[in-house]
Design a protein around this ligand. Structure first.
Ligand code: MG
Length: 281
C-alpha cells in the first residue's frame, strides 16, 4: 500500500459520526483518506490517537487533515471572500492559533500534513493584505515544520500566478499545494491544467473533483459534477500529475451528501482506476 503510486483516496469527515465515516471508507476499498479536522473541542491528543487507531485497523492511511474554522460560509463567492480562511483580518489571529492547534492534532494522529483554505489572497502583490498573508503563512508553516508536517494550500480562490507568488515569497520547503482542479473552475480563477503546471513544483497533494464553468466566472459559482462529467478533463489531469512526477494519493472529493455521494465516489474510483491503467500507473 505504502509503495503504490497514486493510491486512491476519498475526502472523509471525522467531525460528525466517526464510525459511520470509517465504515463508508472501508466499504469503498480505498487505502488513503483526507479528513476535515474535528470541531475545536475534538482536537485532543486522545481523540487523535483514537481516530488514528480506527483508521489503522481499517488499513487506511490518513494523508492530510483539512482545516476549517467556525464562522466560514461558502454561500456565495462574495461571502467566501469575507469569511473563509486566514485572509479576513478580523478573525486572522484567532484562526492562526486554531491552525496551529489543528497541526498539533495532525501530529498526534500521525498524518503527514495539514490542508488549508487560505481564502482570497490579494492579487495585488505589493499590498499590505498580501504581505500580511505571507507573514502568517510563514508563521504557521514553521509551526508545522517543527512537527515534521507539510502545509498544503488548497487552490482555487486565487489565480495560479498569485498562489505561486505567495509560495515563492513565504519560501518554506514544507509549504506547498493541495491542487483542486475543480475549484479553479468553480471560482473562475483559471484554466486548471495550465494552473497545475504553473504551481507544479510545489505540488504536495490533490483533490480529484470536477466542475463546469459558470456563465459568469468569478461572479457566480460554477457547478460541481461527478468526476468525469465536468470541464476538468480528469484523464488529462492525472496524465499531467504523472508528467510532474506526482506519486501521492488521488483523493476524490464530492461535495454532496447521502447515497448519491457514495455512488458518485464509487463511479469516480472506477474512472480513476481505468485512467491509471491506461496511463500505465
Ligand atoms: Mg478541494
Amino acid at each position: 500500500m505504502a509503495d503504490e503510486v497514486m493510491p486512491l483516496g476519498v475526502f472523509a469527515s471525522v467531525g460528525a459520526g466517526l464510525g459511520a465515516g470509517i465504515e463508508k471508507v472501508v466499504g469503498l476499498g480505498v487505502t488513503t483518506v483526507q479528513t476535515h479536522a474535528p470541531d475545536p473541542a475534538g482536537r485532543t491528543e486522545a481523540n487523535a490517537k483514537a481516530i488514528a487507531a480506527q483508521f489503522a485497523d481499517a488499513g487506511v492511511a490518513v494523508s492530510l487533515i483539512f482545516c476549517g474554522y467556525p464562522g466560514e460560509s461558502y454561500e456565495s463567492i462574495e461571502i467566501v471572500k469575507d469569511t473563509v480562511g486566514l485572509v479576513p483580518p478580523a478573525t486572522r489571529a484567532d484562526r492562526v492559533e486554531q491552525t496551529k492547534g489543528i497541526a498539533d492534532f495532525a501530529g498526534w494522529l500521525g498524518a503527514p500534513g495539514i490542508g488549508v483554505h487560505v481564502g482570497f489572497i490579494s492579487e495585488d502583490h505589493d499590498s499590505p493584505d498580501f504581505a500580511a498573508v505571507v507573514d502568517v503563512l510563514g508563521d504557521v508553516a514553521d509551526h508545522c515544520a517543527g512537527l515534521g508536517l507539510t502545509m498544503n494550500l488548497e487552490t482555487g480562490q486565487e489565480t495560479a500566478d498569485t498562489l505561486l507568488a505567495v509560495l515563492q515569497k513565504v519560501d518554506r520547503p514544507n509549504l506547498g499545494v493541495n491542487f483542486d482542479p475543480a475549484n479553479m473552475i468553480l471560482y473562475g480563477s483559471g484554466e486548471p491544467l495550465a494552473a497545475l503546471r504553473k504551481v507544479g513544483a510545489y505540488l504536495k497533494s490533490c483533490h480529484c473533483k470536477d466542475a463546469t464553468w459558470s456563465a459568469q466566472p468569478g461572479v457566480t459559482w460554477g457547478l460541481e459534477t461527478p468526476l468525469g462529467a465536468g470541464d476538468v478533463g480528469i484523464d488529462k489531469f492525472v496524465a499531467t500529475l504523472k508528467e510532474l512526477g506526482y506519486t501521492g494519493p488521488l483523493t476524490i472529493e464530492r461535495e454532496i451528501s447521502g447515497a448519491q455521494q457514495i455512488a458518485d465516489i464509487q463511479a469516480g474510483l472506477q474512472l480513476l482506476t481505468d485512467i491509471k491503467q491506461q496511463l500505465g500507473i
